[in-house]
Design a protein around this ligand. Structure first.
Ligand code: HEM
Ligand SMILES: *[C@@H]1O[C@H](CO)[C@@H](O)[C@H](O)[C@H]1NC(C)=O
Ligand SMILES: *[C@@H]1O[C@H](CO)[C@@H](O)[C@H](O)[C@H]1NC(C)=O
Ligand SMILES: *[C@@H]1O[C@H](CO)[C@@H](O)[C@H](O)[C@H]1NC(C)=O
Ligand SMILES: *[C@@H]1O[C@H](CO)[C@@H](O)[C@H](O)[C@H]1NC(C)=O
Length: 513
C-alpha cells in the first residue's frame, strides 16, 4: 500500500504548483510595477531629490526622536526652514514606513492643491479627527466632500458674513476683562474666548458666553463646552502624533469630552429641526418668518433633515473657524505690541472713523489694517504646515535633478507635506528682510502661490471673508479704545503648534487709553 495515494500526490503537486504560480505572479507584478513606475518617471523627465539623512533607513526612528526633541524646544518650524536652506526646497523623508516629500515650492503646492487636485486625498485625517468631527467638510474626500462643500458654502455669502452686531456685543465682554489700570493682560486667552463665543453664536445661534462666565456674570448648569472642546482638540493633536499607532491613545477623558461636545451641539440641532418643520408649514401658507439674525445651523437644516450630518458639519466648521481666527489675532497683537510705529500708523488710519464702529464697507477700505493682517499671516501663518496623500502615481513639477529644475516622481501612497511657514520666508520672494514684521511691504507686494494663508484650489478656506472681517473688527475696536499698547512679553515670539499656530507665551500686553 502506498503511503501517499496518487490522488494526494496530485493534490500536493497542485498546491506546490499554485504556490509557485502565486509567487511568480507576485514577483512579476512587483517587477512590472517598478518597471512602469520607472517608465512613468522617465517619461515625465523626473529627477532624484535630496533626502533628509537618517541613521535608520527602515523606520527613520531617529527622525521621530529628533522631531519630538525640536517640538519640545518649540523650534519645529524654524528647524524646517534651516533644512530647506541646507538641502533644497523639495526633499525626501519618511514617516515611520510611509514615504514623504516635503516642499516649500509654490509650483509644487499649486500642483497638489489645484492642478492635480484629483491625484490626492486628505490621507488619514478622518481617522485622526473622526471621533470628534465625524464625516464633514474638513474630514472627507471625493464625493462626500463635494456634497459637504455644496452644503456649507452658501452659508458664507456676503449677506451672512457682514453681520457685525454679534462682534460689537462681544466687544463689551472683551473690554470688561481688560484691566483699566494698564496692568498686564493676556490677549491671546481673551481672543480664544471671543472666538468661541462668536462662533457658537454664528453657528448655533447660541453664544456659550465664555467671556461673561469669566466675570462670573452668568451661572448656569451647562457643561463647560469650551473646556471640553479644548480637551477634544488636544486629544486630536495627540492622535496625529501617534499616527498609525493611535489605537494606543485611548483616553477616557477625551471620550467624555467628545460626548459633551456632541450633546451640546445636538441640543441645538433639535431646535433647528423644529424651526425647519415650522418653516415648511409657513412655506405652505406662503408666510416665512425669517429669523432676525442669520444662524448657520438653520441654513444647514433647510438643506438636510439628517441630524448626525448637521451635527458633524457644525463640529467641522467650528473646528476650522474658532482657533484659526483667535490665533491670527493673538499673533498679530503680539507683533503690534512690539512695533509701536506700526500701531501709531494704524491709529492714524482708524482716526478717519472718528471713534464710530465701522461698517462692513468701511472695514474693507482700511488698507493699512489689511497690510497688518496680511503681514501677520505671512510671518505666522495660522496653518503653517499641511499635507496631502497621493492616491495614484503622479508628479510634481520642480525640485528634481542636480539643478532642482526637473519634475519629481510621487509614487502612490506618498505623503506630500508643504510648509507654508517656510514658503512665506523665502528671501527670493520676499527679500532679505523676509523674517521681519513690516506691513508696508504689502504696498507693492502682489504674491501668487508663494502666499498661502488660506490654502488654494477647490479646498480653499470657505471662512476667509468671515475671519478677516472678524479680525479687522476686533482690531479696530480695540485700537479705537486704547491709544497705547505695550508688550509685556520679555522674549520674542515662540511657536505654540497645536492644530493651529499661536504664541507659546500668549500675548501679554498693557493697554491704556
Ligand atoms: C485666520 C483665520 C483662518 C485661516 C488662516 C484659515 C485657514 C484655512 C486653511 C489653510 C484651510 C485648508 C485646510 C486644508 O485643506 O487642509 C482652511 C479650510 C477651511 N476653513 Fe479656514 N481659516 C480661517 C478661518 C476660518 C473660519 C472663521 C471658518 C468658518 C467659520 C473657516 C472654515 C473653513 C472650512 C470649513 C474649511 C474646509 C474647507 C474644505 O476642505 O473644503 N476658516 N482654512
Ligand atoms: C483653550 O485653549 C486655549 C489655547 O490653548 C486657551 O487660551 C484657553 O484658555 C483654553 N480655554 C479653556 C476654557 O480651557
Ligand atoms: C446621516 O448622516 C450620517 C453621517 O453623515 C450617515 O452615516 C447616515 O447614513 C445618514 N443617515 C441617513 C438616514 O441618511
Ligand atoms: C492680502 O491677503 C489676501 C489673502 O489672504 C489677498 O487676497 C490680498 O490680495 C492681500 N493683500 C494685498 C495687498 O496683496
Ligand atoms: C512670558 O510671560 C511671563 C509673564 O508675563 C513673563 O514674565 C515672561 O518673561 C514671558 N516670557 C517670554 C519668553 O516672553
Amino acid at each position: 500500500m502506498a503511503l501517499i495515494s496518487p490522488l494526494e500526490t496530485v493534490r500536493g503537486s497542485i498546491a506546490l504548483y499554485t504556490g509557485a504560480v502565486f509567487l511568480l505572479v507576485y514577483f512579476l507584478t512587483s517587477i512590472h510595477r517598478r518597471w512602469s513606475r520607472y517608465r512613468f518617471a522617465k517619461a515625465h523627465g523626473c529627477g532624484p531629490i535630496p533626502a533628509i539623512p537618517t541613521y535608520d533607513p527602515f523606520m527613520a526612528l531617529d527622525r521621530l526622536y529628533f522631531n519630538i526633541k525640536t517640538a519640545k524646544q518649540r523650534k519645529i518650524l524654524e528647524t524646517n526652514v534651516a533644512r530647506f536652506v541646507e538641502l533644497g526646497n523639495t526633499v525626501r523623508a519618511q514617516r515611520i514606513t510611509t514615504p514623504m516629500i516635503l516642499t516649500r515650492e509654490p509650483e509644487n503646492v499649486k500642483t497638489i492643491l489645484s492642478l492635480k487636485f484629483n491625484d490626492y486625498s486628505m490621507g488619514d485625517r478622518l481617522q485622526i479627527f473622526g471621533r470628534l468631527l465625524g464625516h464633514g467638510i474638513f474630514t472627507s474626500d471625493g464625493e462626500d466632500w463635494t456634497r459637504s462643500r455644496h452644503m456649507i458654502r452658501p452659508n458664507f455669502v456676503k449677506e451672512q458674513v457682514a453681520h457685525l452686531e454679534i462682534f460689537e456685543e462681544l466687544m463689551e465682554d472683551l473690554f470688561a476683562l481688560i484691566p483699566a489700570d494698564g496692568s498686564t493682560v493676556d490677549l491671546q486667552d481673551l481672543f480664544f474666548g471671543f472666538t468661541i463665543d462668536s462662533a457658537t453664536e454664528f453657528l448655533f445661534g447660541h453664544n456659550v458666553h465664555s467671556l461673561k462666565k469669566r466675570r462670573s456674570q452668568v451661572v448656569d448648569n451647562e457643561p463647560d463646552f469650551p473646556a471640553a472642546f479644548n480637551y477634544s482638540l488636544d486629544n486630536i493633536v495627540m492622535n496625529s502624533r501617534f499616527g498609525p499607532l493611535q489605537f494606543l491613545n485611548r483616553d477616557p477623558k477625551a471620550v467624555e469630552a467628545n460626548r459633551i461636545c456632541h450633546q451640546m451641539v445636538e441640543q441645538f440641532v433639535d431646535k433647528a429641526m423644529r424651526v425647519r418643520e415650522k418653516y415648511d408649514e409657513e412655506k405652505a401658507t406662503g408666510e416665512t418668518e425669517e429669523s432676525r439674525r442669520y444662524v448657520f445651523l438653520n441654513g444647514l437644516a433647510q438643506q438636510t433633515g439628517n441630524r448626525t450630518r448637521i451635527r458633524d458639519e457644525l463640529m467641522n466648521v467650528l473646528l476650522a473657524g474658532r482657533d484659526t481666527t483667535a490665533s491670527l489675532l493673538s499673533n498679530m497683537f503680539f507683533m503690534l505690541a512690539k512695533h509701536p510705529k506700526v500701531w501709531a500708523k494704524l491709529q492714524e488710519e482708524l482716526a478717519t472713523l472718528e471713534g464710530r464702529a465701522p461698517t462692513y464697507e468701511q472695514l474693507r477700505n482700511l488698507k493699512y489694517l489689511k497690510y497688518c493682517m496680511n503681514e501677520s499671516l505671512r510671518l505666522h501663518p495660522v496653518v503653517p504646515v499641511n499635507s496631502r496623500t497621493a492616491i495614484k502615481d503622479t508628479v510634481i513639477p520642480v525640485g528634481g535633478g542636480p539643478d532642482g529644475r526637473s519634475p519629481v516622481f510621487v509614487p502612490k501612497g506618498t505623503i506630500v507635506a508643504y510648509s507654508v511657514w517656510a514658503m512665506h520666508r523665502r528671501e527670493d520672494f520676499y527679500g532679505p528682510d523676509a523674517e521681519e514684521f513690516r506691513p508696508e511691504r504689502w504696498e507693492t507686494l502682489r504674491p501668487g502661490w508663494e502666499y498661502l494663508p488660506f490654502n488654494g484650489g477647490p479646498r480653499i478656506c470657505v471662512g476667509q471673508q468671515y475671519a478677516l472681517t472678524e479680525a479687522a473688527y476686533v482690531t479696530t475696536r480695540l485700537a479705537q479704545r486704547y491709544s497705547v499698547i505695550e508688550s509685556r512679553d520679555a522674549g520674542p515670539w515662540e511657536e505654540k503648534l497645536t492644530l493651529t499656530l499661536c504664541s507659546h507665551n500668549g500675548t501679554k500686553v498693557s493697554l491704556r487709553h
